[in-house]
Design a binder for this molecule. Structure first.
Ligand code: SF4
Length: 86
C-alpha cells in the first residue's frame, strides 16, 4: 500500500504512468534523430498535473538521465546552476 504521507506520492498522478519508459530516455539528446522522441516525452510532461513536483524531485535528487518534469538532463544542470547562483 502506498503511503500518502510519503514525499513521492505525486507519482500516483503522473501522466507518464502506462507510457513506455523508453520514451523518456532518448539515447542521445543532442542527436537530431532523438529530437522527435524528446518532443514526444515533453508533450506528455506538458499535460501532467504533477510536473512541478516531478521537476522538483529530479532537481533535488540530481537525476542524471531521462526526461523529468519536462526537462532534459542538460536543462536540469542549467537550472541547478541558476538555483545555486541565486
Ligand atoms: S512531468 Fe513528465 S516525467 Fe514527470 S511525472 Fe509528469 S509525465 Fe512523468
Amino acid at each position: 500500500m502506498i503511503d500518502h504521507n510519503d514525499d513521492e506520492h505525486w507519482t500516483d498522478d503522473a501522466a507518464c504512468r502506462g507510457v513506455d519508459p523508453e520514451l523518456f530516455y532518448p539515447i542521445g539528446y543532442a542527436a537530431e534523430v532523438f529530437k522527435h522522441q524528446e518532443a514526444q516525452a515533453k508533450a506528455v510532461c506538458g499535460g501532467c498535473s504533477v510536473r512541478a513536483e516531478c521537476l522538483d524531485w529530479a532537481l533535488r535528487a540530481g537525476e542524471p538521465d531521462g526526461i523529468w518534469g519536462g526537462t532534459t538532463p542538460e536543462e536540469r544542470r542549467y537550472l541547478r546552476r541558476r538555483i545555486a547562483a541565486a
